[in-house]
Design a protein around this ligand. Structure first.
Ligand SMILES: [Fe+2]
Ligand SMILES: [Fe+2]
Length: 261
């Protein structure tokens, strides 16, 4: 099966791109299953019920989140009512929703887990132990296991992926909004990339109007963020998973504007 993972979809431009183009992208690359990071899809960051449902209707099977899980006031309704939206597993235990989603597709059962890092991020429980706990829980329930590790530093992401090498089939990073070029298969078979990148306006700083972020770094004052305007680039990765051998055989990066589909 071919699995597509889409990097953080940012604001109205990013989500409109996905609504309008994901079907075409999935057909072009023969995609069977699509996972997308949706933590920045609402204009306030976070996600709304309407946006989650629209992404699912556009062909996203599972939406993962991150440090912006609670950024929109609709987060409770999203996490309580839409199981295809998963939030980081290592948030406080009383947090609404689930840290993973398992789906039986008939010929193969897929599990998608979301965890969040702890370096240059808000304090949370250990992502390693939280992921291990889920792997024990779903031991006999899934044939292909995918983890979105939402974290800032390359070192934490690499350590996480290597720790789960051979235990998860696919580990990809999100959060930095910049796609890395290190897609490869680790020694024990886990396909890995440090960051999928961002599906949003490219002429920006991480999807935010670049002038605002330049001012922020230059003056050290706080400014209200505004979304950038311009051409959206799609950023994601395609994984080939062989159901017969249980191995991920390839990991390929995608990065293009609508005109490049
Ligand atoms: Fe993000
Ligand atoms: Fe993030």
């Amino acid at each position: 099966m071919r699995i597509l993972a889409v990097g953080d979809i940012v604001a109205a431009d990013g989500r409109e791109f996905v609504y309008n183009n994901l079907g075409r992208i999935k057909r072009k690359y023969n995609i069977d299953y699509c996972i997308a990071n949706g933590e920045n899809t609402a204009n306030t960051n976070g996600i709304t019920v309407d946006i989650a449902n629209s992404l699912i209707n556009s062909g996203v099977d599972v939406i993962t989140l991150g440090n912006h899980t609670f950024s929109n006031k609709e987060y409770k309704a999203v996490l309580d009512d839409i199981p295809r939206v998963v939030r980081p597993a290592n948030l406080p235990p009383e947090t609404e929703g689930m840290g993973y989603f398992v789906e039986d597709l008939g010929n193969v059962r897929i599990a998608v887990i979301n965890a969040i890092g702890r370096i240059h991020m808000d304090p949370v429980d250990c992502p390693f132990r939280a992921t291990e706990k889920i792997l024990r829980e779903i031991e006999n329930e899934a044939d292909v296991i995918v983890v979105d590790f939402h974290a800032e530093t390359t070192s934490e992401k690499l350590a996480f992926a290597n720790y789960f090498d051979g235990k998860a089939d696919i580990v990809f990073g999100t959060h930095t909004h910049v796609q890395t070029a290190d897609n490869h298969i680790l020694p024990n078979g886990t396909a890995y990339i440090t960051d999928l990148g961002m599906t949003g306006v490219r002429d920006s700083v991480l999807g935010v109007k670049k002038e605002i972020i330049m001012d922020l770094f230059y003056t050290r004052k706080k400014f209200r963020f505004e979304k950038a305007e311009g051409e959206v680039w799609f950023s994601g990765v395609v994984f080939d998973f062989d159901e017969k051998t249980g191995k991920t055989t390839s990991i390929e990066r995608l990065y293009f504007p609508a005109s490049g589909i």
